[in-house]
Ligand binder design. Structure first.
Ligand SMILES: C[S@@+](CC[C@H](N)C(=O)[O-])C[C@H]1O[C@@H](n2cnc3c(N)ncnc32)[C@H](O)[C@@H]1O
Length: 199
C-alpha cells in the first residue's frame, strides 16, 4: 500500500484515539444524521466518520480520500456490513462531481484551520456539495493565538541558523525557520499572554 499523502495506517489509528477530537466528531455526527440521509466524508482516511455515519443511520455515504488508506476503508465497510451504503471516491473533493449531500463531515485542517488547501476545499464543498439546509461538520473553527515561552521548542528556529559550531553563516535559513508552522502541545503555564481570537 503506498501513502501518497504521507499518512500511515498507524497515523489514522492515532486519529481514531485522539481525544477530545474523536468524541466531539462522533457526537456531532450522531446529532446531525437523520435516518436515511446522505453524507459526504471529505478526507475519509481509514473511514471512521463514514462508518459512524452508517452506524447512526445514514442511507448513503460518499467517502472521498486520495490516500490508499481507502483499501482499509473498503474492507472495514464490508466487515461492518456497510458496504452497500458506502461509496469510495479515491481523489480530492474538488474533483468529485456527484450530487450534494445532507451532511458533509471533514477534518482536513492539519495543525491549523488555515492549513494548505483547507479553506478553499471547504468553500468548494459548501457551495457545490451541500444540499439546501444541509449541515457541515465542523460548522466553524475558532482560531486563537497566544505568546508562549518554550526555549527547547523554539531552539530549531534559531539553531543552526544564527548559531552553529562550524563557523558558517547560515542566516539565510533563519527567515524560513521562523516563518513556518509546527505542531506542539503546551500547558497553560507556558502561556505568556491570554489567548486572543484571531480574525
Ligand atoms: C486528518 S486526516 C482525517 C482522516 C479521518 N477523517 C479521521 O478523522 O480519522 C485528513 C485526511 O484528509 C485527506 N485529504 C486532505 N485534503 C483532501 C481533499 N481535498 N479531499 C479529500 N481528502 C483530503 C488526507 O489524505 C487525509 O487522509
Amino acid at each position: 500500500m503506498s501513502n501518497p499523502t504521507g499518512y500511515q495506517v498507524t497515523s489514522y489509528g492515532d486519529m481514531i484515539t485522539c481525544e477530545p477530537r474523536m468524541s466531539a466528531y462522533a457526537e456531532a455526527l450522531r446529532e446531525a444524521i437523520t435516518s436515511g440521509c446522505s453524507v459526504i466524508d471529505i478526507g475519509a482516511g481509514s473511514g471512521i466518520f463514514s462508518l459512524l455515519a452508517c452506524k447512526y443511520g445514514a442511507g448513503s455515504v460518499v467517502a472521498i480520500e486520495p490516500d490508499d488508506s481507502v483499501e482499509v476503508l473498503r474492507a472495514s465497510a464490508a466487515t461492518n456490513a456497510y458496504d452497500d451504503r458506502i461509496t469510495v471516491f479515491q481523489g480530492v473533493s474538488t474533483d468529485y462531481l456527484g450530487p450534494p449531500a445532507d451532511v458533509i463531515v471533514s477534518d482536513i485542517r492539519g495543525c491549523l484551520p488555515l492549513f494548505e488547501h483547507h479553506i478553499a476545499t471547504i468553500v468548494d464543498a459548501r457551495s457545490r456539495l451541500l444540499a439546501p439546509g444541509g449541515r457541515m461538520i465542523p460548522a466553524r473553527d475558532r482560531l486563537q493565538a497566544a505568546l508562549v515561552h518554550d526555549p527547547d521548542f523554539y531552539r530549531p528556529n534559531i539553531e543552526p541558523w544564527l548559531d552553529n559550531a562550524f563557523g558558517l553563516d547560515l542566516s539565510d535559513g533563519h527567515r524560513f525557520a521562523v516563518n513556518q508552522w509546527r505542531k506542539a502541545s503546551f500547558t497553560p503555564i507556558d502561556l505568556m499572554s491570554a489567548p486572543q481570537e484571531l480574525l
